[in-house]
Design a protein around this ligand. Structure first.
Ligand code: ASP
Length: 454
């Protein structure tokens, strides 16, 4: 294996020019057929140097994820129950992959060792992490890449918190002479060698950390969908994938419930301005979704980036003549919510009125109490609570430049006979938030999407 091409950049740090970190999720590595696809993808671009695998996921619907089975083994062992039945399934999955791929790799010894450790009472994190560990050993053998154990490059401090500085130093040191490595996702270790995992789905975080620690050019996240969709496919029939999205837009959409990457997995690469490309292992020819820096040039797009929303909000509408001139009005209002441990989602206002939009699950049984307290502290002319409201965020970086986007949204809603109960726009002009009744939620999303259909 050759020597890696680090060079010193102007700040005196290391920079890996053109190098791609590619993370493959559990469905991408569920069986030998998927391994073959992954190999083709990696070998088709020699810049794909650092590969982060998850543990094998489900092959078909009724199947089990290896990580779930490992957690089960841990549970059984912790109750001193026999783990043979569950562990046999794990063993078979790994042994089948090795034999199908005709690897000259003896994984049995590692399997036996892990089983023994779990039976003897290993930690939960150790047990859970072994799916990624074994998968990375197999994949590195199959690709003829180096295997680098995450316990040697992903550092957690003594309290079990991830240590980014120590990780960056270790990672650069370890990988500087390695051209092509497979590094298991999901875990790292404390200085005493104790294994610590990130939360579920944590291999995304590992990929992001490797890309940012090495200042790579791109972080590819390979999964089983061709990127993020513009709208929820259970509401809109085959929505288009989003081609490009900025970190800020993504945040707005995920805040409104769109299933996107976990915040923690975005941070490391976002801070370094490294782009992420979500790609589909089963359709690698699709461009997928690119998540880019917020400074990405705003094209003259006629369209929006995505639509997301959530149901079940309560609106508390408060009216008081000249509330604006009452200097402590807002402070008193917020104090009531703070003392009841309630956070506000949005707060549209006009000269004599203000609405508090609060998730119904936060209010629970506190609504009457909160209303009473607002009456006492703020003395409003009127206060009314409207339950069963939904919020829809229409997000698009092009909005700031393009005329007519909001008119298209509102025309679409009025043509569908939807009563809009509230509108707010963020000051960044990145999104418009629309409040409608819960029963109009699906219809609203579908009609807005239709208005921007190409
Ligand atoms: N295998 C772990 C899980 O199932 C981590 C991951 O796949 O990202 O949560």
């Amino acid at each position: 294996m050759g020597v890696c091409f680090f060079y010193i950049n102007f700040e005196g740090g290391f920079k890996l020019d053109n190098v791609i970190v590619a993370k493959f999720g559990g469905s991408s590595l569920a069986d030998s057929k998927q391994f073959l696809k992954v190999k083709d993808i990696i070998k088709s671009n020699s810049n794909r140097k650092y590969i982060i695998p998850s543990a094998p996921g489900k092959v078909h619907k009724g199947d089990h994820k290896i990580t779930d089975l490992l957690y089960m083994c841990y549970q059984l062992a912790s109750h001193r129950l026999n783990i043979d039945d569950v562990y046999n399934i794990i063993e078979k999955r790994f042994l089948d992959i090795c034999s199908d791929l005709q690897l000259e790799l003896d994984i049995q010894e590692s399997l036996d060792h892990i089983k023994e450790k779990i039976q003897m009472g290993s930690s939960k994190d150790y047990a859970a992490s072994r799916g990624e560990y074994l998968n990375a050993i197999i994949l590195s053998n199959f690709l003829d890449f180096n295997f680098v154990d995450s316990k040697d490059v992903i550092v957690f401090d003594d309290k079990g918190e991830f240590d980014s500085k120590a990780t960056e130093i270790k990672m650069k040191e370890k990988l500087k002479n390695i051209d092509g490595a497979v590094i298991p996702g999901f875990y790292g270790a404390k200085s005493n060698g104790e294994i610590v995992t990130f939360g579920r789905g944590g291999s995304d975080i590992t990929g992001s950390i490797v890309a940012s620690s090495l200042d790579c050019k791109l972080y590819e996240n390979w999964t089983d969908v061709s990127g993020f969709l513009m709208a929820d496919p259970t509401i809109v029939d085959t929505p288009r994938p989003i081609e490009v999205i900025t970190y800020k837009e993504l945040r707005e959409l995920s805040y409104m419930g769109a299933p996107v990457l976990h915040e923690e997995s975005l941070f490391p690469v976002k801070n370094k301005g490294i782009a992420i490309n979500i790609k589909n292992t089963n359709a690698p020819e699709h461009a997928g979704t690119k998540i880019v820096n917020d400074k990405y040039p705003i094209e003259n797009t006629e369209s929006i980036t995505g639509i997301a929303g959530k149901k079940d909000f309560t609106v508390i509408a408060i009216e008081k003549t000249r509330m604006i001139s009452e200097k402590d009005f807002l402070r008193k209002l917020i104090t009531v919510l703070e003392t009841n441990n309630i956070s506000i989602q949005h707060m549209p206002s006009s000269i004599d009125s203000i609405s508090l939009i609060i998730s119904a699950s936060q209010l629970n049984s506190k609504l009457d109490k909160v209303i009473e307290e607002i009456k006492i502290y703020c003395n409003p002319d009127s206060i009314i609570a409207y339950p069963n409201m939904a919020l829809i965020a229409v997000v698009g970086r092009g909005m700031i430049r393009t005329k007519g986007i909001s008119s298209r949204i509102f025309t679409a809603l009025s043509q569908s006979g939807i009563n809009i109960r509230m509108i707010t726009q963020g000051s960044s002009e990145l999104n418009i938030i629309i409040g409608v009744e819960n029963i109009d939620f699906d219809k609203s999303i579908a009609s807005i999407y239709k208005a921007f259909e190409k």
